[in-house]
Design a protein around this ligand. Sequence first.
Ligand code: NAD
Length: 230
Amino acid sequence: MGTTHANQFIKEGAKVVIADLGTTNGEKAAETLGENAIFVELDVTDESSWKSLVEKTEDTFGPINILVNNAGIVASASIKETSYEDYKKTITVNQDGIFLGMKHVHPSLKKADKGSIVNISSISGIVGNPDNSAYVASKFAVRGLTKAAAAEFGADNIRVNSVHPGIIRTAMTEQEDVQEMVQAMVEMVPLKRLAEPEEITDLVVYLASDESSYSTGTEFIADGGLTQIR
Ligand SMILES: NC(=O)c1ccc[n+]([C@@H]2O[C@H](COP(=O)([O-])OP(=O)(O)OC[C@H]3O[C@@H](n4cnc5c(N)ncnc54)[C@H](O)[C@@H]3O)[C@@H](O)[C@H]2O)c1
């Protein structure tokens, strides 16, 4: 989804830094977007990595005014099946990564005088699920951290909201180990289908833009009705 978001931000006239682990195709994605996009290697769990991301971004484009915290991992397992090590791994990427991102990008957003942070949670941050306990814990934390940050950063003219996608067609939902859960969930979606990444992008761009100027600390759900209808 990050690549799809980056594409649309470029079309809207933004300058974009795609940040991801070095092992992904983020660098290729940035090259296809032209001179207004760069790739910077980032491990969201590593503080020094965030510091150098902010430095490189400011050197290239100036202060940051939008942060989309999108990195995430999923593992399909109940509490009984999850080792403490795997639990901590999910929490470290999905929860600590967002904390570190907001902490280290905040000074740059403040310099820009106006900012918007969009934290990607999930419907697993809205309702519980027996099959992916660590993921649910991490995505509820994203929702909570979003509200804490909105309260803290509001005085700096920085808005913070969370996005809660349902089931989206990406590498994550194509993982072998989540197929059973994904199929079962799609059957329960009132719209009876997965969403394409672009359907989440439109929401992310809206929250990043002035069109959402009075929204902060709020959950925005795009799940085909899955969490709203029984
Ligand atoms: N696909 C869905 O159905 C769905 C639903 C709800 C929420 N989400 C959330 O949307 C976001 C994007 O998911 P996606 O479906 O595009 O998944 P994806 O697996 O295609 O992309 C996730 C990206 O995060 C990166 N990443 C993982 N660990 C990282 C780390 N330590 N540092 C930096 N980058 C790291 C990966 O390299 C990858 O590029 C995630 O936060 C995910 O939890 C996805």
